[in-house]
Write a protein that binds this ligand. Structure first.
Ligand code: NAG
Ligand code: NAG
Ligand code: NAG
Ligand code: NAG
Ligand code: NAG
Length: 464
């Protein structure tokens, strides 16, 4: 009996000791987490620091303390459950000791430690580590998403949803306005904080290139800023519309400091140090003037008048998705068609150029859904942008988005899309999957391995 009793007794004592150990461990983990919390500045009760973080004290009291205490409660809850569980287990074992001659096998013992001790302890530990993040509520998010990821006051102010001042519904009929930033901003925290570091109301840094870099790398849309954007020293009035369309603009109307070139002449294709590599001939008006109006030897070069002849008088508004200086839009304007041209300033002032020509640049990356409503555009023209480099899945999402904004009967003009000959089938499938009506379809060789594909397709009616 003595021998049989001994292991059980030992197990009870062991569990007791484990409990004490775990208690100690938990205290250490809590202290270290809280220390981290403290070092991030979240525990300072200094009024100034609260102001720096939250600007408005209500926000501090209404939101973050709640989030913090909710997390602490969660952890305390878990700890309490663990303790109760362990205690009841010990009592259970004491009872068994008196009744049955039962030795706990090593396997049961291991299982018990794993399931009843380590798992809950791990849960509590993780919960403590996440003290700095707001707890994700089930279904309704009481906390502002990701707000605690950022420390810079201006970012926190920006992404805090803004309640209406009068009544409980705003102009959209919703309760709050949610300023959004791309979730990619979280991985570019340092750059974003640098971008948002300014004195409210004073001049911004000359950092559009920092902003564009953020956008391209996924921090898109970017937050608005409350600083004054810089302009060129002596902004000249633009040329009148009868001249501006086909004339290189006044270089003084561009801020050149973040480009390699300092004037429009320098952007010439002949200059090897022009600082950009996409659409290299686009700043040469003599060459631009030939596009879409003169016959070339390439089958894949369609003319604007032929494309418009497919739907006479029906094409009035459209989107030119690509990289360029707005020449397509300029030509279409001559046909009384309004075209919005997408443009990024990739090494050259494409946006400024388009605007100075009197056309509409749309400053947008590939990251986003297009800011047009469903079934609204008469035409989408694309050239020089979506080429063989593009991931097929990305392209699929983009093409479906185009399909969304194109109206029934609208035209999709794929202009000199090029890719490797061996990839042609994949891309052809991409374009043909929508079962658009083919008005024009041409393939011609670009080089030994590459081919051009051009197509003029019409979106069919969708009466569903
Ligand atoms: C308790 O265990 C011992 C040795 O393992 C055995 O001799 C004894 O019969 C057991 N008693 C009961 C009640 O099972
Ligand atoms: C969370 O929501 C799901 C489904 O809405 C529900 O089944 C679950 O019980 C909820 N959990 C908590 C902790 O409320
Ligand atoms: C452009 O229009 C203005 C007046 O509207 C005129 O004075 C000017 O000569 C025109 N320029 C050209 C190049 O036709
Ligand atoms: C282009 O070629 C077509 C026939 O190939 C011809 O009818 C047309 O006049 C040409 N246009 C120009 C601007 O040369
Ligand atoms: C464009 O509109 C103007 C004014 O309404 C008209 O005079 C001109 O003929 C139109 N151009 C074309 C190509 O339809």
């Amino acid at each position: 009996m003595k021998i049989s009793c001994f292991p059980k007794y030992r197990i009870g004592r062991l569990l007791g000791m484990i409990q004490i150990l775990l208690g100690g461990l938990v205290i250490i983990v809590s202290i270290s987490s809280l220390f981290r919390f403290y070092s991030a500045g979240f525990f300072m009760h200094n009024e100034d620091i609260c102001k720096q973080f939250y600007g408005v004290k209500d926000v501090y009291e209404g939101f973050d303390v709640m989030s913090l205490s909710a997390r602490v409660d969660e952890v305390l809850d878990k700890m309490l459950k663990l303790q109760e569980n362990l205690e009841s287990k010990v009592q259970q074992m004491e009872k068994i000791k008196d009744l049955v001659n039962n030795t706990v096998s090593m396997l049961d013992y291991k299982k018990f430690i794993e399931e009843d001790v380590i798992h809950p302890l791990y849960g509590a530990h993780i919960a403590l580590r996440q003290l700095r993040l707001p707890r994700v509520e089930n279904g309704t998010t009481n906390e502002d998403p990701l707000i605690n990821t950022f420390v810079t006051e201006e970012i926190r102010k920006y992404i805090t949803p803004k309640e209406t001042r009068v009544g409980n519904k705003n102009i959209y009929g919703s309760q709050k306005i949610f300023n959004t930033i791309g979730h990619g901003c979280v991985s570019m925290k340092k750059e974003l904080e640098e971008y948002m570091d300014y004195d409210i109301g004073s001049f911004c840094k000359d950092d559009w290139n920092v902003a564009q870099n953020l956008m391209i790398n996924g921090c898109d849309p970017l937050p608005r800023r409350r600083c004054l954007t810089r302009a060129s020293k002596l902004y000249q009035k633009p040329y009148p519309i009868n001249e501006s369309l086909w004339r290189i603009p006044d270089g003084r109307n561009v801020r050149w400091s973040n480009y390699r070139c300092r004037n429009f002449e320098c952007l010439s294709i002949k200059n090897p140090k022009r600082g950009y590599s996409k659409c290299t001939g686009c700043f040469e008006m003599e060459k631009e003037k030939l596009k879409w109006v003169t016959n070339t030897s390439l089958l894949t070069d369609f003319l604007i008048k032929d494309a418009l002849a497919v739907k006479p008088g029906e094409i009035r508004i459209g989107l030119d998705f690509g990289i360029g200086t707005g020449t397509f839009a300029a030509r279409m304007q001559e046909h009384n068609v309004t075209i919005v041209s997408t443009a990024l300033n990739l090494g050259a002032p494409f946006n400024e150029m388009i605007a100075l020509r009197g056309l509409i640049p749309l400053y947008i990356t590939l990251n986003q859904r297009l800011p047009f409503f469903d079934n609204t555009m008469d035409l989408i023209h694309t050239t020089g942008f979506m080429d063989g480099w593009i991931d097929l899945q990305l392209m699929d999402f983009i093409l479906f988005d185009w399909d969304r904004i194109l109206r029934p009967g609208g035209l999709l003009w794929i202009d000199r899309f090029f890719c490797n000959r061996k990839d042609l089938d994949d891309y052809m499938y991409m374009f043909l999957q929508f079962r658009y009506k083919k008005h024009k379809w041409a393939i011609s060789p670009k080089s030994k391995d590459e081919v051009f594909l051009s197509a003029l397709l019409e979106k069919p009616p969708r009466s569903l």
